[in-house]
Design a protein. Structure first.
Length: 64
């Protein structure tokens, strides 16, 4: 599903970026994915997706 229609960014793309780069803030996420820079309607949905993915990331102890 597209969360940012202005830039054609899907929720899948946002989830993959969060898993791979683990941004600590929305501003840092925007360095990897161009969201929220035009109309701004996607900001709430992208933040929810980011928070959801960050909660599901394994801890460093679980990886090693």
């Amino acid at each position: 599903m597209y969360v940012c229609l202005c830039n054609a960014i899907s929720d899948k793309t946002v989830r993959e970026v969060v898993r791979r780069y683990q941004p600590v803030s929305f501003q840092q996420l925007r360095h990897f994915v161009p969201v929220g820079n035009q109309c701004g309607k996607c900001i709430r949905a992208v933040r929810e997706i980011m928070n959801d993915e960050m909660q599901n990331l394994p801890l460093y102890d679980e990886i090693a």
